[in-house]
Write a protein that binds this ligand. Sequence first.
Ligand SMILES: [Zn+2]
Length: 146
Amino acid sequence: MSVSSALKLFTGSCHCGLVAYSLKIDLAHPKAVKCNCTICLKRGYLTYHTSPAHEFTLVKGKDALKDYQFASHNVHHTFCGTCGVACFFRSGSWTGGGGQEMTSVNLLTIDAGQGLDLTKFKITYFNGANGWEGGGKDTPWPGGQF
Ligand SMILES: [Zn+2]
């Protein structure tokens, strides 16, 4: 099965519903990232880094989004200004976009009832708490999250 034929469209949203998005997820190679850096830990991100092939689309809520930035200010940690749920973040620097701003989706905000089984995802753990030393691995880093 090619990657493109394994891409299935899903919708996601914040809790109050002001923010909604869609994206295609590669079900042939379902993978996600957990990181123990300060923001991933506190927000509980289960991260899906997208490329243009995933066709991330903000369906509604552009005006409802707040943008939180810190440290180097090169990542836009957006969240719904009403319910506070963080559906995705955007960066041009490190998500593989090669300078193009790419979107990373919090898979926990995919809408229920679409058959997406997160237990089937291969999770790679990153050590953001220690400068991302060591790259990704299959088990959580000491002091990391779950
Ligand atoms: Zn909301």
